[in-house]
Design a protein. Sequence first.
Lengths: 632, 201
Amino acid sequence: MTDGFLFQAVIYLTAAVVCVPLAKRLGLSSVLGYLLAGIVIGPFVLGFIGEEGEDIMHFAEFGVVMMLFLIGLELEPAKFWRMRKMIVGMGGAQVLFTVVVFMLVGLAVGLKWPAALTIGLAVSMSSTAIVLQTLKEKGLMKSVSGQASFSVLLFQDIAVIPMLALMPIMAVSASKRSTGGHDSATIFDGLPAGVQTLAVLLAVLVIVVSGRYLIVPLLRMIARTHLRELFAAGALLIVIAIAYLMQLVGLSPALGAFLGGVVLANSEFRHELESDLEPFKGLLLGLFFIAVGASINFYLISAQPWTVAAGVLAVLLVKTFVMLGIGGMFKMSTDQNILFSTGLSQIGEFAFVLLAFAAQLGIITSDISGILLAVTALTMTISPLINIATERLVLPHIGTIEEPGREMDTISESNAVILVGFAHFGNTIGRFLRAHNVEATILDNDSDRVDLLRKMGFKVYYGDATRADLLESAGAANAKILVSAIDSPEINMRLVETAQKHFPHLHLMIRAENRSDAYELLDMGVNDIYRESLDTSIRMGADVLKRLGFRSYAVTRSAQNFLKYDEASLRKLAVDRHNSKEYIVRVKDEMSQQEQILNEDLHAILSSNDHAWDSEHMRSVINPPVDKVKSE
Amino acid sequence: MPRILILFAHPRYEQSRAQRMLVEAVADLPSVTFHDLYETYPDFNVDIVREKELLLQHDVIIWQHPFYWYSAPPLLKQWIDMVLEFGWAYGPGGTMLKDKWVCNVISSGGAQEAYQVGGKNRYPILDYLRPFEQTAYLCGMHFLPPFAVHGTHKLGDAELDELAARYGAIVQGLAEGAFELSELQSLKYLQELGHTNHSNA
């Protein structure tokens, strides 16, 4: 098993590492890369993974669980309330109409109503994982279509709860019942349907209550230890515990996690939880997509190619048209509506959950569920291709894509300064500029902060500044200076790349975390680099000296000299370090210089510079050594 | 009772000898506000409001500084430039400093003999202090002769001690209102007065 595990890990990771960059290189989304990787290593192409793919799927579903927890986290009640019309209106209409259409189709081909309804419900789901990932990669989250997609997906994610709760009741009207699937031996098996439904509601209540009164105090306790990995462990524990609880009562773990997320959205730990879980989520979601790709049953497809093809086509067309209609009702512009409708046309990961549950309850036969699972996986695979086709073939003929964010934020300013990042660092810059009547166009990618600052009267715009289009709409073409106050060196590098490529005229002034990213920025041709670890620490050191009784002016000058010296040595070393042979030597040289500076600060710098004031020196020249004077 | 404000400007006080002794003679006197400009404004960012308040609270202003290149260290010039505002210290309505007394207390490397016609510095010290005198005049202040410690490099500790004590006594006298304005203005150096006082005491 150990061998097997490591072998599998190598296979999965290799597939991901090879296929995803390849997909990206071809301009495809990473989701498609993962799906293709899954198909390639799956039983029907290379056959590296066979039966165990199913297990991996169950494991990888945890990525979906985390994704929903994170979505829940981002969904404060206030935000939810703001979007209520879109969520309930668009999402409700989408689910209702899709379910009705497919239920009618199901009834028409002779299925019983519970089976037909289940199919309708399963098909009405879209893939939150695929769509959100794609929207985020393309930076379309804030566009109208992005917001609409998010709303619909959110409604679906929530709607799964009552759907799953309904199933046991529907099963009563279905002919036979089986108990206990491979992974869902719930503690309520064998109990009447009513009790199961009650148990589901109880579990939801447990999550809501414990979120408030158990999890938050627990996190506070963990946070006090100041151990980052412990906090990550705590975050994982929360999600896994919720998932386990949900599984016990036979509910989808993902939904429980979503609920848990919503409960914690207003807690002070929101951002920590988000950043700690994000990497796990990304990796597990990737695994999930691979598993989806690997699980596509090509035997079934080849046995019944027309049924499957008809299913795929029907799903894509019906869902697209239902959503087009809804988009029209909500007065979306044509191009946004097309993006929205085609984007959501696949069947989502919750269909796996719904179908598995329904099959297990005996509502639908395993044949039907097999075909539907194949259809689901295929639509998920085709969906990214449809997006590309829409973007490249359809939209250019319909009209230009609306500036992302145009609806949310109309950036009308043509300020000379664009200030990116308005956390503490950028905030100070912004206030200082404002004190001089210089209004900067401010970009920030934390929507909470944007909202808060707007309430306080600042003009702050939401968005990812590493995107050329956002910089464009922020007036980069007319601006003179781009100031980045972002703390992440990676984002800063990307920002610099984008700015240099698209707006070479912009003067870049960039915050750097430390020496090493300052080097990289220098390599990129950025001249104005502001190391956050420099000025303040020198100032602090100077204050220490003052407190020790050093004269304030001498220390101030010394600090200024130190700053100058440090900047100069930074530049020198940035050039030299490319000559790797010399690097070590230079570092040593710099170190010794640094040491010298540190040791001889007052003497070496000040006395040499301030010779004019050195009365000691003058006296020694004017009065030769005392005994000599005496002897003369 | 007149209050005395000493505006002390020395960029390198930690290594000064003469000025240290002068400072020690006056800094702790009860009627004196000793204001160390380089310590307070190492960044040259003079707080104008605060400086004006200080000026208003005092009757005698002393510019105490080493005599660098025939003038004051730059921060004192900065202080003059920033604080003595038009419409406040001079110009229309600029009467806030009117009738206050002001003088320079300086230390110079050059000997007293150098500061005369025919000497190395060719002019008497007062000629070099003209800008200060005129500044005082424009502000309606009475400019007193300087207290000058010349030839600091050659002065021994005992001589410096004596001069510092004399400085302390003069400041004390000023605080007690012991001197007439005309009496002071007739002197060439303020320390001449201290000398008589000192010997009387």
